[in-house]
Structure formats: structure tokens, C-alpha cells
Design a protein around this ligand. Structure first.
Ligand SMILES: [Ca+2]
Ligand SMILES: [Ca+2]
Ligand SMILES: [Ca+2]
Length: 328
């Protein structure tokens, strides 16, 4: 489904220039997103989660053979970081999958989670409620042998899947993730990264903070359709790319979806888009949870990457350096 060779070469390039030091937190450093969010299944969708499930993939380069760990910050639902509705009564399950089908099974990469999105082999699972032992602390899954993942060179190596599901309750579980070489601290794996097809997260309260996602545009893409949910009309979403200098995307209101379609031109092929989320400073909107995903013109979901492949894109034609007419 992807031009695997060119993507892999880009990853090598990116890793070389960035050292991949910040590649493994999710949300990623370059995304500037405060936390991921998953509500309990009795949650009100107007609070910003459409289906109470989040799926995140991690890619470990085939050459890396030491044990790996998937760490979750604040896995509990209570106290610090989380969003309370009435009593704290929410339980969230975190489960790690590898093996055949973990990522390659189409059901793992669909917007509607009505199929076998728990495809592959379950390697670990744990459910958290309101538990002070894990409030504001890191819980570690693993060790996993990289070969326990699903080997998919087109996604950069051995793939692990983390499924986060709100089993009960109506509170919001906020959390962050890290793919680490250590069970006790966050140590990145050279060349590893994360990717996701549908992303649910909290926007900053501070309107000066701009959040980003970075989908990669391969040579098959001629148009993208973005869909976002429960944005609460909080500012704008715009595209920066070699050919686009702030093209606006549709923004949803309360408890609703908005979609818009955007043409891709030659200049944007084989690079990432920088999709910027800029809050409205006059609305003073707090605790805004949102969902976003992108499809290509075939209706296939497009992954966003924790490292912008090819680096953070910039508009190619900045004012003042337009090519002049040739001298005579
Ligand atoms: Ca907490
Ligand atoms: Ca939490
Ligand atoms: Ca919202």
C-alpha cells in the first residue's frame, strides 16, 4: 500500500539528521500535543471521544534486537491529569499486540472499530481504574523481544500495536506513551518511531501553543480528505507544505464531524504535511479533546508519524525570494 523503499530511505535520512532522540514519546515532541485521551465507554461523545478506543503502532528497526518496553504515563483514571465526570468510575484497558496480523490486518487500520482491531497475538494486558499507585507515574509493559512484533518492512521494521479501550465509566483517561530500551526510564531506540491512523488527544489550554500532525504524502496521493470530531470551533486547522501556505481545513463544532478535501500537487509528493492546529485566543477553551484522521483519494487511511519524514515541511515560495525574470 506504500512505496516502501522510498519511505524507508526517508526514515534512514531523518534518523541520521535528527539522531532520533525524540522519536519515541507519543505524543511526539514535534507534535506539541499535551496528552492522548480515551474515555470510558459510557462517556459522552460531546466530551471529545467518538468511540472510546485508541490504537497506536510502534515500529522497531529490524536491526535492533535487544528487549523493548512500552511505557505509559498516568495509566490510571483519577487524580492528576485526568478528566472527571461525577465520581471516578472509569476503567481503561491497555493491551500490547505483536505477531502476524497485528498491523497488516485491515481491521487494525480502520476508522470503525467494529471488526477485529485486536488482531495479532496479545503480548500483555492490564486494566487501570482510579489507582493512586499509578497516578502521575510510569507503568511499564515488557520486556518484549523485537521479533515478537509483526515484521513489516514497509512500516520500518517490527511493529507492535497498543490498544487502549475504555471498558467502563464516563471519565476521560489522559496519558502519554514512550517506547524505551529500559523498564525504569525513557530511553529511545535508535531509528524507532510511532505511527497512528486516527488520533485522539487533548489540545493545549494556552492558545499560544500550536499543535501539529505530520502525515506523509507518497507518490500515489492526489488528494486528501480530513475528518475531525468535536473541535468545538476552537480556532483553525491549516496546512503548511512546500505548495501550501496555510490552506484552511474545515473545523468541527460540538459533538459533530467536519470534513474537507485538499488537492495535492507535485511539490508535496514524497514529503510530509505540517497540519497545524491553532486555537482561538478569544474563546479561552479549556480541556478540549479532539479526534482527527486523513484518507487519500481511494478512501485509504493515511498514517501520521511521530517523526515528520523528510523533516518539518516548509512553504517553498516565501515572499521576497520569488524567481525574478531572467536578466537580458
Ligand atoms: Ca491520573
Ligand atoms: Ca490517566
Ligand atoms: Ca472537544
Amino acid at each position: 500500500m506504500m512505496n516502501s523503499k522510498s519511505i524507508f530511505i526517508f526514515f534512514l535520512f531523518v534518523c541520521l539528521i535528527k539522531g532520533s532522540i525524540f522519536a519515541q514519546p507519543v505524543p511526539a515532541v514535534d507534535e506539541n500535543i499535551p496528552a492522548l485521551v480515551t474515555f470510558g465507554k459510557d462517556g459522552d461523545t460531546a466530551w471529545g471521544d467518538d468511540d472510546f478506543i485508541q490504537v497506536i503502532f510502534f515500529s522497531v528497526p529490524e536491526t535492533f534486537q535487544d528487549p523493548i518496553f512500552i511505557r505509559v504515563y498516568d495509566p490510571d483514571v483519577g487524580g492528576y491529569l485526568d478528566e472527571q465526570k461525577g465520581e471516578w468510575n472509569t476503567r481503561t484497558n491497555f493491551a500490547v499486540y505483536g505477531g502476524q496480523g497485528a498491523c497488516s490486518d485491515e481491521d487494525a487500520r480502520r476508522i470503525r472499530r467494529d471488526g477485529n482491531f485486536r488482531s495479532g497475538t496479545m503480548l500483555a494486558s492490564r486494566t487501570f481504574g482510579n489507582d493512586g499507585r499509578w497516578d502521575g507515574r510510569w507503568f511499564t509493559f515488557g520486556p518484549f523481544n523485537p521479533s515478537e512484533g509483526e515484521l513489516l518492512p514497509e512500516y520500518g521494521g517490527n511493529i507492535f500495536k497498543l490498544v487502549v479501550e475504555g471498558l467502563e465509566g464516563d471519565d476521560g483517561n489522559l496519558y502519554r506513551l514512550f517506547l524505551s530500551t529500559s523498564p525504569n526510564e525513557n530511553r529511545p531506540i535508535e531509528g524507532a518511531f510511532a505511527f497512528y491512523f486516527k488520533y485522539k488527544f487533548r489540545l493545549h489550554d494556552d492558545a499560544r501553543e500550536v499543535s501539529h500532525i505530520y502525515p506523509y504524502i507518497d507518490d500515489r496521493v492526489v488528494a486528501i480528505k480530513q475528518s475531525n470530531f468535536d473541535w468545538d470551533d476552537d480556532g483553525i486547522i491549516r496546512i503548511i507544505s512546500p505548495s501550501k501556505n496555510g490552506e484552511l481545513m474545515a473545523v468541527s463544532g460540538d459533538d459533530e464531524w467536519a470534513t474537507s478535501t485538499h488537492q495535492i500537487t507535485e511539490d508535496d509528493i514524497n514529503s510530509s504535511l505540517d497540519i497545524q492546529m491553532i486555537k482561538d485566543p478569544n474563546r479561552n477553551m479549556r480541556n478540549n479533546n479532539v479526534v482527527i484522521y486523513l484518507e487519500n483519494q481511494y478512501g485509504e487511511l493515511m498514517p501520521f508519524y511521530s517523526i515528520p519524514i523528510g523533516g518539518i515541511p516548509r512553504y517553498k515560495y516565501s515572499i521576497g525570494i520569488k524567481p525574478k525574470a531572467p536578466a537580458r
